[in-house]
Design a protein around this ligand. Structure first.
Ligand code: NAP
Length: 259
């Protein structure tokens, strides 16, 4: 973590907002993708509560700006799934403009979830899961690594899934993408050894967020009811644990499930 950064200047999007307060992450910056709702939104709030100055990104501007105002952070709207990678580069560039450098913490939570068997998966679903869950996360990690390596510190938290380790019928494209995320995360762990940069793959079970809205799980006996799911704040609390470990201590994998 780079404690030397000066975060006293209020960016335009946070005018009138409460700035991040003292806490274990005071003086650090974080970038959270998928922060307009769900797990990413809860993680952004939690990191700000711990004292980080947080850049939040997703495509939908209004909730991002409201969240940035609330937590004293930066709203950095963008589409991370575009095939050229330009969206990721623009968001990272906007973050650096605001923060004066790469984030101390990156949390990749932007994701899509489709349900269909291998036989029934439309090509568009395969592409959508690949584009956001794998490629965008990969490019975000790739984009922040040089800065973190140069500093000799940084924490990368990727939101994978229980579906990246365990097979569920009907999760064909999603599971392919989340196994893919775990694949490059495991390579990353090996490549980062001794660098001072640490990486964590969160593997949450079903979590009650808007990602489930199209499937209406409470009316589908094949899906877990919302009341039995994790809360996004509980996943965010796991991120809090990961990022507040002492320097040099890494949590490589963190499955989270309801007891
Ligand atoms: N909920 C669960 O049961 C569960 C369980 C395990 C793992 N996960 C994983 O947790 C992560 C977050 O899921 P969630 O449940 O919080 O989902 P969610 O509520 O649907 O939120 C998804 C986020 O991704 C953003 N996003 C979607 N498409 C994007 C794009 N093209 N470019 C940039 N941002 C985009 C969305 O914002 P915009 O639409 O505004 O862009 C939103 O902020 C995902 O990786 C998911 O796979 C979820």
């Amino acid at each position: 973590m780079d404690d030397a950064k000066n975060h006293s200047e209020s960016p335009p999007s946070t005018r009138g907002a409460v700035s991040p307060g003292p806490g274990p992450l005071s003086g650090t910056t974080a970038l959270v993708t998928g922060a307009s709702r769900g797990i990413g939104e809860a993680v952004a709030r939690e990191l700000a509560r711990l004292g980080a100055r947080v850049g939040v990104t997703a495509r939908t501007e209004a909730p991002l700006r409201a969240l940035a105002d609330e937590i004293g952070g930066w709203a950095l709207p963008g589409d991370l799934a575009d095939p050229t990678g330009a969206g990721v580069r623009e968001v990272l560039g906007a973050f650096r403009d605001r923060a004066g450098g790469d984030p101390d913490i990156l949390v990749t939570s932007a994701g899509v979830f489709t349900i269909a068997s291998v036989e029934d998966t439309p090509g568009g679903d395969l592409e959508a899961n690949w584009a956001l869950n794998v490629r965008a996360s990969f490019l975000c990690v790739q984009g922040v690594l040089p800065g973190m390596r140069a500093r000799g510190s940084g924490t990368i938290v990727q939101v994978g899934s229980v579906s990246g380790r365990k097979a569920f019928p009907g999760n064909a494209a999603y599971s392919a993408s989340k196994f893919g995320v775990r694949g490059f995360h495991e390579v990353l762990l090996e490549e980062l050894r001794g660098s001072g940069v640490r990486a964590t793959l969160l593997e949450p079970a079903a979590t009650d967020t808007p990602i489930w809205d199209p499937m209406d799980p409470d009316n589908d006996p094949h899906l877990p009811p919302r009341a039995a799911m994790l809360r996004p704040e509980e996943v965010a609390e796991a991120v809090s644990f990961v990022v507040t470990r002492p320097a040099g201590v890494q949590i490589p994998f963190l499955p989270i499930e309801r007891s």
